[in-house]
Design a protein around this ligand. Structure first.
Ligand code: SF4
Ligand code: SF4
Length: 189
């Protein structure tokens, strides 16, 4: 794949690779995104901090962060951002750039992402309880113990369920995902 990043600042690479990404320049650093994020406790930098690091062209620090790998694409941050910054899409951009530049941990980041995709393909939506439990038991079992209280609180508030729920329109979603994979495979040839 040709490298289209030649001569561009890291900030510009991220913006150019994200539809509507130029709005990132208007980030107020208000922190609403991190405050809305269900994966915030696992992230080593909040989305707000990550965006400040991108603005400062701190490429290595940003790409070494685990923040975007823990993003479960819930879009809470995106719908709440006062500047309508496409935060979830920026997380996808950072995953793509990190993979292209070899900045990821093969034994934890990729399995987390694969588990997320697996739940979406099987149920049509993310299953946060299964995702986080599977990941922590495999990579940080002691950390899982510390999450129990938070998990119980989220269940009491209806933010977390013990079993996955399958969407009614799964066949339609499966057809869309199959077509997306076919188009993606064609583009890689
Ligand atoms: S919510 Fe939007 S404006 Fe506020 S810090 Fe996050 S990205 Fe920036
Ligand atoms: S889309 Fe990602 S970054 Fe945004 S709130 Fe959800 S998990 Fe957090």
């Amino acid at each position: 794949m040709p490298d289209s990043s030649m001569g561009k600042s890291f900030y510009q690479q991220v913006v150019d690779a994200t539809p509507g990404g130029d709005v990132l320049a208007t980030c107020l650093q208000c922190g609403t995104c991190g405050g809305s994020c269900p994966s915030g406790a696992d992230m080593d930098a909040t989305p707000r901090k990550l965006f400040a690091m991108i603005a400062a062209n701190m490429e290595d620090e940003v790409l070494s962060s685990n923040t975007f790998w823990y993003c479960v694409s819930c879009y809470y941050c995106t719908v709440r951002c006062p500047q309508e910054i496409p935060i979830t899409d920026l997380m996808y951009t950072l995953k793509r750039i990190a993979v292209l530049k070899g900045h990821y941990h093969k034994d934890s980041h990729v399995p987390f992402s694969s588990s997320f995709i697996g739940f979406v393909e099987q149920y049509g939506r993310s299953f946060e309880f299964g995702l986080v439990t599977r990941h922590h038991l495999a990579h940080a079992p002691l950390k899982q113990l510390g999450k129990s209280t938070l998990g119980l609180q989220m269940m009491q508030k209806g933010r977390l369920t013990l079993t996955p729920e399958r969407i009614k329109t799964l066949p339609q979603l499966s057809a869309i995902l199959s077509e997306a994979k076919r188009v993606s495979a064609q583009q890689e040839v």
